[in-house]
Design a protein around this ligand. Sequence first.
Ligand code: NDP
Length: 271
Amino acid sequence: MTDRYCVIGNPIAHSKSPRIHAQYAAELGEDLQYEQCLAPVDGFAATVARLIGEGYKGANVTVPFKLEAARLATRLTPRAQAAGAVNTLVFDGGEIVGDNTDGVGLVADIVRNAGVSLDGKRVLLLGAGGAARGALLPLLDAGPRQIVIANRTLATAEALVAEFADHAARLAVSGFADVDGPFDVIINATSASLDAAVPPVPATVFGPDTLALDMMYGNKPTVFMDFAAGHGATVRDGLGMLVEQAAEAFALWRGKRPGTAHVLASMRQSQ
Ligand code: NDP
């Protein structure tokens, strides 16, 4: 029987995940179906219960349900626990296992696709919301010498760092205007690009060898990418992260990690 999966969100019609997973399944010869699932904003738990009842094997979770998914899971992986958010569910017998593959997807995109090692590097993480939270543990695991977290609301960044007390020696908090550059890698995990805004960091954060990645993606570079490129940085959007987090979720469900290069290339072509 064909195994069924879906991505749950609201809205969901824009999601690229069905196309990505269909390509992974075709590449690896896996018999599965992956569709979009629109859940009412107050109906996430009921939607998950329905999917389990219908025999679904798992689901991805996107805006606005990632925090609720972490609460609903009966078991969390360590990285989901650290993130406090879940983007991948595995329906395993009676268990609802919650994982977070966003951060490992981000690191895979930087290291494998962009070819930039994080080992010993200085990293600036802009934002302290769900995406930044999900990225922090996988980023720390990749071995940078320091991660500076800068956020509009300083208290939120301070609260995030306080949760990672074991890594305090490599973490620092800053307001946007006070960030002391340059950095090897800068990750925009704010949603400012949605409003065509750039976090007001000084231009000195960029150097000629800086990789600046915006987690957002679309059919043109974000204002942050334009700002970074204007100061000499190499820029990247969040499409590679999306493709890599999907590969991690696929591996979790199917026990095989698909290749991502051709999927990323084909998504870029149709952007
Ligand atoms: P949240 O709402 O949880 O967090 C938003 C963050 O952005 C907060 O730190 C907030 O600061 C900051 N922010 C919002 N507006 C501005 C602004 N105008 N100027 C400066 N800072 C601002 O969102 P998420 O963390 O879930 O998502 C962040 C981004 O990451 C989104 O663009 C999302 O699309 C993208 N994303 C991409 C993924 C991918 O696979 N490529 C996966 C997940 C997310 P404050 O605390 O002060 O409010």
